[in-house]
Design a protein. Structure first.
Length: 136
């Protein structure tokens, strides 16, 4: 393999171990912007989303399918979920709030990821979807 880019040049490169998946390992990608969905439709194998209200996930999947169809392609889909298991529902809510605060403090990610919009919460506008298991 040979590659010359702005900051990197590779000559006579080869992989030590060939990929098991044929013809290549699947490429997974996520993003909610129009540009990200278009890129997914054109270039990736699996489009990823995260836990949002089902109607929002369905809308993104429909957009990603349409973007892939424009390029004569089909996509597979994945979703990122957090399952929170604590002794009580209150313990689950506390852990959820902690995770949400950590996400809001991150300097990267979409506004939805930073603010937790659409995340499971007993305090926000979305219905609770975090899993809490309370003893019998």
């Amino acid at each position: 393999m040979r590659f010359t880019g702005k900051h990197l040049r590779v000559e006579s490169a080869k992989t030590l171990y060939p990929p098991v998946q044929k013809p290549y390992p699947p490429l997974w990608f996520g993003g909610s912007s129009d540009a990200a969905i278009e890129l997914a439709g054109e270039q990736v194998d699996v489009y990823l989303t995260w836990d949002e209200p089902p109607s929002a996930v369905a809308e993104k999947i429909a957009k990603a399918r349409a973007a892939a169809a424009k390029h004569g392609r089909t996509l597979r889909f994945g979703i990122r979920l957090h399952v929170i298991v604590r002794e009580t529902s209150e313990g689950g809510s506390i852990r959820h709030d902690c995770l949400r605060a950590v996400g809001a403090a991150q300097p990267t990610g979409s506004p939805r990821q930073r603010t937790g919009r659409g995340a499971a919460s007993s305090h926000g506008d979305a219905p609770p979807r975090a899993s809490g298991i309370a003893p019998g």
